[in-house]
Design a protein. Sequence first.
Length: 139
Amino acid sequence: MSILPGPAVLSFTSVIILTMLAAMVFDPRLLWDKKRGLSNAVVTGEKRVIEENKNVENLRRVRFNSIWLVPLVAIMVAGWMLYQNWASQGPVITLIAPNAEGLEAGQTKLKARNVDVGKVIGIRLSNDYDNAIITVRMK
């Protein structure tokens, strides 16, 4: 059994990174302050509110945290899986046959002496519509 990463690896990695960015930028205290009418408001005579707003703004600055090692490792693993998938693929060959009866792209296996040596990845007609052009990915 083999695991093929495909485009899911890139999607998964981007979701991790976007989630971490959102978590770093989002500060729920800003929502609470808006409900109380204190967000970014300068209230005269109350230094405490102004100082709290400054503290909240300081927390919003993006800084490096060790948790960022998680998506970096995820990116490295994703890159390694994509490279392994790309490197393990065999060459693509093209066969020309009078017809493609019984062949299905992505389903039909190419066998030599009852051993799987490839898989049909594409079938199309030739320009003169006389032959079938079969594309096979070898193992």
